[in-house]
Design a protein around this ligand. Structure first.
Ligand SMILES: Cc1ncc(COP(=O)(O)O)c(C=O)c1O
Length: 347
């Protein structure tokens, strides 16, 4: 498997939470796409088919159905789309955590500033954790949604999503999750975890390209959560829905007197996707599906334990403005230098 990821032969790469490394299958598909586009121009219907494939495969990855997944340009945009689908006529409070990625906090604060929400509770993490009882105290009958990241980008803490979703449901709120650091790391089953809405991009643990993400909306919420915004890909009887039933995507004009969102999560697809990115993302999800998520997680856990053990060696150096300052004194030994070098190599 390592041989299919070219960058691994030239570097020690430990930054998949920033961006994962693409396997050859992803970059090859994207390169071939660009070459063909250069030779032949747009292949609209084929590109629509890629969106269908991406929805299908991503759905498989998280235990969802195709009609519950839409393709959007980024995880942050996916969150905005879910937020815009909340019914704020009666409830105007949202509970989030400061361990969330900024997009999953800023969005809600901005909605409060602009008057769409009345209250946003930002739970504060301590030692990298927000305890479950803090969620329990904050979620009440005024709460319309709880927004939580499956795994915190800051502390690596894996939230107890199932329990948080349960708390939300008991008070009549929905659970929205950013799973960017979860999908591709450990097995995810949105139905088992009671997730109502989810977003995830491809460029981290899924080893795919930047510029596309998937939004999941549980089919139980398809009737009640309609977005406040709509585009020509999200409208009912859009080009993809037409192509799916073997119709010409442009057989009849699109309605301009009625804006009815698609009955599926395609309602979140506002307009034309970055088709080359979607092609790469399809390959990335195929790559993820080619390994068992349980065994991936076992390997990742082992590496993490090795890292923690290494860090506990209590090597003391100092950080100075982006530099590591190592200052050996006369009482240091050659073994200690070797230990430092070894740790730098393994860490
Ligand atoms: C948890 C999480 N969500 C969202 C993002 C940003 O995603 P995007 O750039 O697709 O909006 C990041 C980026 O680091 C992240 O860690």
């Amino acid at each position: 498997m390592r041989q299919t990821i070219p960058a691994l032969s030239t570097r020690t790469y430990l930054d998949s939470a920033g961006a994962g490394l693409p396997p050859i299958s992803v970059t090859r598909a994207m390169r071939e796409f660009v070459e063909r586009w250069s030779r032949e121009g747009e292949r609209f219907e084929e590109w629509l088919d890629d969106i269908l494939k991406l929805r299908e495969r991503f759905a498989e990855l998280i235990g969802a159905r195709d009609n519950e997944v839409g393709v959007v340009p980024s995880a942050s945009i996916g969150l905005v789309e879910l937020a815009s689908s909340l019914d704020l006529s009666k409830r105007k409070k949202v509970v989030v955590s400061d361990l969330n990625f900024p997009s999953n906090v800023l969005l809600w604060l901005r909605m409060r500033e602009s008057g769409l929400l009345k209250k946003v509770v930002v739970l504060r993490g301590r030692n990298g954790i927000v305890p479950l009882d803090a969620w329990e105290r904050a979620i009440d009958e005024e709460t319309v949604a709880v927004a939580v990241d499956y795994v915190s980008w800051l502390s690596g803490y894996r939230e107890r999503v199932r329990e948080i979703a349960d708390l939300a449901h008991r008070r009549g709120a929905v659970a929205l999750v950013d799973a960017f650091h979860g999908v591709g790391v450990f097995p995810i089953d949105v139905k088992r975890d009671g997730v109502d809405g989810l977003v995830c991009g491809f460029y981290k643990w899924l080893c795919g390209p930047h510029g596309a993400a998937c939004v999941f909306l549980n089919e139980e919420r398809l009737n009640s959560m309609k977005p406040a915004y709509l585009g020509w890909f999200g409208v009912k009887d859009n080009v993809i829905e037409r192509a799916q039933v073997k119709r010409d995507p442009f057989d009849i004009p699109f309605p301009v007197d009625k804006a009815e969102p698609s009955a599926t999560a395609a309602r979140f697809e506002w307009g034309t996707s970055a088709a080359v990115v979607v092609r790469g993302a399809v390959e990335a999800v195929k790559f993820a599906l080619s390994t068992d998520p349980g065994s991936r997680f076992r390997v990742i856990t082992r590496r993490k334990e090795e890292l923690i053990t290494g860090l506990r060696r209590r090597i003391v150096v100092s950080g100075r403005f982006g530099h590591l300052r190592v200052s050996p004194h006369f009482y240091n030994t050659a073994e200690e230098i070797e230990l430092l070098l070894h740790s730098l190599r393994t860490i």
